[in-house]
Design a protein around this ligand. Structure first.
Ligand code: PMP
Length: 348
């Protein structure tokens, strides 16, 4: 299976001038979080912790999400508990376009799954019609990578009702919920009987390399996922957890600063795309756009790379050969779009 990560590796070798392919925020980690990390190291926070995570961080997250501490698990990134949930479940449903790792994990674990194909014409809003009691798990991600879309409250309610009726676990990967431009509701606000909420410090605090995420779920799921951590990675990195505790105290300030930067990039990029006649569904959250083009997006990506700009072809997110994903992670977005315009003109 050719993965998005293989593709990104190839892009890396080209060392493009403007990298819009990866989901790595270009904003640096706040200096106060760095200080807290160094302080934690100096204070000897270099040991194993409980596989559940340090109590202080669990408590802070429990307070943030208004749940009890035994409903919170600190994890090695948001990715590991997703893998664990897939490992611990039967048949799954994944939504396209979607973050490729869901499907790669399902394939790797040889799990049965069905894909739900959402279309550009429907603003990437999926249909949940096919869900029935044969499914064990549905993987959702809103704000969405790669489209930047969110679901309406009515659509979310429809999915929650279906999951409750058919006893399906709803995994809500909301790691981008810190960055929304319109109304956004979390699946946590619904009466879902079996919900696994995934959070992460990777994007919201640019702490991708700290490998720190968390889960909010029922105490039963928390115990199962903790068991998975015990048998694989043991626990999350101790000094990273202390740094995350500091990050939470700065959350509003850091997130609002990031929000302002991404809003202006989003507006500039959407205006520039409209200017070169490339249609897109406006970004409602996260830092991605998934525009539609006339030509094959793999060819487009290759040609664009020669012009020093990298994007990801749509095929990695499902059957979307005429779409590509760009990340709003550069302050040279308009220049990048203008180079896209020149490439498209050449190819059409
Ligand atoms: N979910 C989605 C939708 C993502 O895009 C990513 C990272 N690209 C993750 C989860 C995992 O993030 P991390 O493991 O760094 O917390």
């Amino acid at each position: 299976m050719r993965t998005m990560y293989d593709h990104i590796e190839k892009i890396r070798q080209h060392n493009p001038e403007i990298r819009l392919d990866i989901g790595q925020p270009d904003l640096p980690v706040d200096q106060r979080i760095i200080e807290a990390t160094v302080e934690a190291l100096r204070a000897g926070k270099t040991r194993y912790t409980s596989a559940y995570g340090i109590t202080q961080l669990r408590e802070a997250l429990a307070e943030l999400h208004n749940v009890s501490t035994d409903q919170v698990l600190i994890t090695v990134g948001g990715k590991l508990p997703i893998y664990a949930a897939i490992y611990l479940s039967g048949k799954a449903a994944v939504i396209h376009p979607g973050w490729p790792a869901y499907e790669e994990n399902l394939e790797f674990l040889k799990k049965p799954y069905t894909t739900i194909h959402a279309t550009f014409e429907d603003q990437f809003c999926p249909s949940f019609e096919l869900l029935d009691s044969t499914f064990d798990l549905i993987l959702t991600n809103y704000p969405n990578n790669p489209t930047g879309t969110v679901l309406s409250r009515a659509k979310m309610k429809e999915l929650v009702d279906l999951c409750n009726d058919h006893q399906i676990t709803l995994l809500a990967d909301e790691i981008y919920s810190f960055l929304v431009y319109d109304d956004f509701v979390s699946f946590m606000e619904f009466d879902c009987e079996d919900l696994i909420y995934i959070g992460s410090f990777s994007k919201s605090f640019s702490m991708t390399g700290y490998r720190l995420g968390y889960v909010v779920s029922s105490p039963q799921w928390i115990r199962k996922l903790e068991d998975f951590q015990v048998h694989t990675v043991t626990c999350s990195v101790e000094f990273a957890q202390w740094a995350a505790l500091k990050a939470l105290t700065l959350r509003e300030e850091i997130n609002s600063k990031a929000h302002d930067i991404y809003v202006s990039r989003k507006k500039a990029t959407e205006k520039a795309l409209a200017g070169i006649g490339v249609p897109f569904v406006p970004c409602q959250g996260a830092f991605y756009l998934f525009p539609k083009i006339q030509v094959d997006s793999e060819l487009f990506g290759e040609e664009l790379l020669k012009e020093g700009v990298s994007v990801i072809p749509g095929v990695f997110f499902g059957d979307y050969s005429h779409h590509f994903r760009l990340s709003l992670v550069s302050d040279r977005m308009e220049e990048a779009v203008s180079r896209m315009g020149a490439v498209l003109e050449r190819l059409t």
